[in-house]
Every structure is written in structure tokens, then in C-alpha cells.
Design a protein around this ligand. Structure first.
Ligand SMILES: [Ca+2]
Ligand SMILES: [Ca+2]
Ligand SMILES: [Ca+2]
Ligand SMILES: [Ca+2]
Length: 336
């Protein structure tokens, strides 16, 4: 079998720059080495009958951020100035939801040396979802090894040096100059993370955050943490309780820790009063501003109720206590 047998391979390599060179040929040759009907494209997209398209993503496209299309054979070349980047950051945090897999060759990969070795020639990577699908009961049992036709099992991945495994390496950290092949069942955002907020340039473009500013909305929590933990990276006060996200999530880690209110919920203790100040319509139809942290400083001061306690002052729940405070004739103690 020769590459000359595949005009498409030649075409793909013609599209690529000279810098892709031999590696392009190697990446594509490995993918095409599978017999007709058993190409790697068929692994994820089993029902696909017609040949899957090929596309080469140049370093400039990757540098700017680019969408990896679904159900296609994609070769991409990482920029030479790319710092070490985690797979999930480079490929847009879809690993738990989307099946994708691929392999890479390092910048100094030597096809001649690799020929003398046994096993798979590149460094393989798989999404978490793909690993899950390879794990019984999802995957067919009894296939611990893999080739270009058979992806690795979870056992292989967990124990790459085990006696049954033929995996040479798996990669989670991608580096400068790597040449990679990938196939995915859904589009993936690919690009560098220039501002270090764990969102790559393409993903930032998609969600509207600034690719060169780690905290686009200046609320204290970086774009990546907000995107991954469910606050809005474009809104300083996600839950509209008048307290900015970074004042609720005091250590800016995206989790609601002890002593913190929830930036995703207006009323963290569900006592009827929002954590900060909110407009509330009373039974008589009158709209008033009520809440717990009345001076919006993130601390419990005199005359305020605790946004983390349903009944700060014992007998009444905080909402009832505050309503009673508004009754000039019968105010409980402690009203501001
Ligand atoms: Ca950013
Ligand atoms: Ca932010
Ligand atoms: Ca808030
Ligand atoms: Ca409350």
C-alpha cells in the first residue's frame, strides 16, 4: 500500500504548508493505512458510509482560534510559541460530553526512528466520554489491546504499562510544534489560552469574553472559573441580588464554601430575603427594596440579617422579621 494509491492524501498534503512536511504525510498515512471500510473515521461514526472529509488546520488558524468540525479527519499543527496546554483547555472543555480521540507527534518526531519500534507510533489522547464508552458495559469485552482499528480500553488507559496494553503513551499536556490528528462527534473549539483563564481563544470568541483579559466582567472571578462553574462571565452580578459574584464567592474558586453565599442563587438560605438587596412586591401591591446585606459589603453588620441563616434572631424567619421592622408601631429589637 502506497500513498500514491490515495490521491486525496496527496491533495491534503498539497493544501498544507511545507512546514507540515513529512509529519503531515505520516499522520495521514497512519490514518489511511486502515483497509477500506475500516478507516478510523468509522470508529466514532460507524453509520457513516461515504468517505469522511479531510482538513488541515494550519498553525495560523490554530493561533487565532478555530472550530474543529465534527465527523471529519482533522490534522492540526500547534504553534511554536504555544506553552504547555492541558487537553481540555486546548480543545474547549468538551471531554466529558463529547466523544473524540486523536494522536500527536512531538515537534522532534523522527519517522525513521519510530519505524523501528512496535506498537502505535504516536501519542494518543481520548476524551473522558470516549474513555467511558470504551469501558464495559459500553464497550465490547475482551479487547484489551488496540490498534488503529481498535481504540484502547479503560484498563489500557488506567494502566498503560500493563502486560496487555499496547499503548506507548497517552497525552494530556500538549506542547509547541506538535502535529496532531483528531476526530470528534461534535465540533470542538481549538486555540491557545493567551490570558491564562483556562478558556482557549476560540471558546472565548464563542461565549463573548475577552481572549486577552482573564476576568472580562471584573467581578474577581476569572472567565474560565465562571464558565466552568455556572456563573456568567459577562455579568458582574449573575443572580441579580445586587452583590457582585466575587463578593459572594469570596475566594473566587467557583464553589460555595463555608461562609459564602451562592452567586448563582439570590436567596442562599431560602428565607424569603435575597442575599443583597432586591425589589420585592408586597401583598398590598407595593414594591419595596428588601434584603439581608443592606450595605452590600459582604459582611454581617448591625441591623442586618444573616444571608446564611433562615432565622437570624431566633423566633422569626428573616423575612418576617424584616417586614415587622417596617411596621412602625410594633418594631422588634435590632431593626436598623
Ligand atoms: Ca479571557
Ligand atoms: Ca469574571
Ligand atoms: Ca449576586
Ligand atoms: Ca436569604
Amino acid at each position: 500500500m502506497s500513498l500514491r494509491d490515495y490521491p486525496l492524501v496527496q491533495a491534503v498534503c498539497r493544501w498544507s504548508t511545507v512546514s507540515l512536511g513529512t509529519l503531515c504525510l505520516v499522520v495521514i498515512a497512519i490514518a489511511f493505512a486502515a483497509p477500506e471500510g475500516e478507516r478510523i473515521g468509522g470508529i466514532i461514526v460507524r453509520a457513516q458510509k461515504k468517505p469522511l472529509p479531510w482538513r488541515v488546520l494550519e498553525t495560523e488558524e490554530v493561533q487565532n482560534g478555530v472550530l474543529i468540525p465534527e465527523n471529519a479527519n482533522i490534522v492540526f499543527h500547534l504553534p511554536l510559541n504555544l506553552p504547555d496546554t492541558h487537553r481540555e483547555v486546548l480543545l474547549g472543555h468538551q471531554g466529558k460530553k463529547v466523544r473524540y480521540w486523536g494522536y500527536c507527534f512531538p515537534q522532534n518526531y523522527d519517522p525513521q526512528v519510530a519505524k523501528k519500534r512496535t506498537g502505535f507510533p504516536g501519542l494518543i489522547f481520548l476524551s473522558e466520554k470516549e474513555r467511558e464508552m470504551r469501558d464495559p458495559p459500553h464497550a465490547a469485552a475482551g479487547k484489551p489491546s488496540f490498534s488503529i482499528y481498535e481504540l484502547p480500553t479503560k484498563e489500557d488507559i488506567d494502566n498503560p504499562d500493563g502486560p496487555k496494553s499496547s499503548i506507548r503513551n497517552q497525552i494530556e499536556i500538549f506542547g509547541a510544534g506538535m502535529m496532531c490528528y483528531v476526530m470528534t462527534e461534535k465540533p470542538l473549539a481549538l486555540g491557545p489560552d493567551e490570558d491564562g483563564d483556562r478558556l482557549n481563544a476560540e471558546l472565548e470568541h464563542e461565549i463573548g469574553t475577552n481572549r486577552q483579559t482573564p476576568d472580562t466582567d471584573s467581578d474577581g472571578i476569572d472567565d474560565g472559573t465562571e464558565y466552568l462553574t455556572g456563573t456568567n462571565p459577562l455579568l458582574r452580578d449573575t443572580d441579580s441580588d445586587s452583590l457582585v459574584d466575587g463578593l459572594e464567592d469570596k475566594n473566587w474558586n467557583g464553589k460555595q464554601d463555608r461562609g459564602e453565599t451562592d452567586p448563582r442563587a439570590r436567596d442562599s438560605d431560602r428565607d424569603g430575603l435575597c442575599d443583597g438587596i432586591c425589589r420585592v412586591k408586597l401583598g398590598n401591591g407595593k414594591a419595596v427594596f428588601l434584603g439581608e446585606d443592606l450595605n452590600l459589603n459582604g459582611r454581617l453588620d448591625q441591623g442586618e440579617t444573616d444571608p446564611l441563616k433562615f432565622a437570624t434572631r431566633g423566633n422569626y424567619n428573616d423575612y418576617s422579621w424584616r417586614i415587622n421592622c417596617m411596621n412602625n408601631n410594633n418594631q422588634p429589637e435590632g431593626c436598623k
